[in-house]
Design a protein around this ligand. Structure first.
Ligand code: PGA
Length: 250
């Protein structure tokens, strides 16, 4: 087990209420007690960002948003919020390119614009990539990942704001997990790609996401290339989320 910084990032998706602040408070209390080199981010629905970021004044936990409109200027986009509004509400992180948004038609090019927009507003970006079950079956995983990275990361300038989250779509919310050997190869591939394309010595953090829970987290802790986790279902309960962190360091 290295002492490298690890991320545990919760993605609440369409979940939560003002009372759910208790979940974050409990996680924060745990983080204060249990000190290892990790960082927690909880990405909540837009309506909760302001309240949560005002209530959680912790150096261990940050609040994030889950998506934004690509346009940085205000305008006639009913129902949308842009990076400026997300930042203004108090978020420091934002998830972009999540497969649930991609499956509603979000393209690599749109994600690229959103990344630029969010980076300009000084948000840290959790940029999701991942192949579908069909793409995996036809042996296209590496091609797809390369395409998503190449098309959406615009320039080296914003690299320090980007955290990659590798989330195979077929593993999200399904309980299916990648084979550890294949997973390690994918992580090495992503890091090598970033190093080569952007001529950087230290590649960006790369997280794994998809059905992570307290029972399977140990399988991932043996893969040192994994810099943390994007956690959906198991981030909506403080106990489940805390158990993931505890078991990771066991
Ligand atoms: P899951 O979701 O942990 O519920 O599979 C992960 C995600 O969608 O980011």
């Amino acid at each position: 087990m290295t002492n490298k910084l690890k991320y545990f990032i919760g993605n609440w998706k369409m979940f939560g209420s003002l009372n759910s602040i208790n979940i974050v408070h409990q996680i924060d209390t745990f983080c204060k007690r249990y000190r290892k080199n990790y960082k927690v981010v909880i990405c909540v629905p837009s309506t909760l960002i302001y309240y949560f970021s005002n209530k959680i004044k912790s150096k261990y936990i940050s609040i994030g948003g889950q998506n934004c409109h690509e346009n940085n200027k205000f305008g006639a986009f009913t129902g949308s919020i842009n990076a400026s509004l997300v930042k203004d509400a108090g978020a420091n992180y934002i998830i972009l390119g999540h497969s649930e948004n991609r499956s509603e038609g979000e393209t690599d090019q749109e994600i690229r614009k959103k990344i630029i927009s969010a980076a300009k507003k000084k948000l840290n970006i959790i940029f999701c990539i991942g192949e579908t079950a069909q793409e995996k079956k036809s042996g296209k995983t590496f091609t797809v990942l390369k395409r998503q990275l190449k098309n959406s990361i615009y320039s080296k300038n914003f690299m320090n704001r980007i955290i990659i989250a590798y989330e195979p779509r077929w593993a999200i919310g399904t309980g299916k997990l990648p084979n550890p050997l294949e997973l390690r190869k994918i992580f090495i591939f992503i890091k090598k790609f970033l190093e080569k394309k952007f001529k950087i010595k230290k590649p960006n953090p790369v997280l794994y996401g998809g059905s992570v829970n307290k029972a399977n987290i140990n399988m991932f802790s043996s893969i040192s290339e994994i810099d943390g986790f994007l956690i959906g279902e198991s981030s909506k309960s403080s106990k489940k989320f805390i158990d993931i962190i505890k078991n990771y360091y066991k």
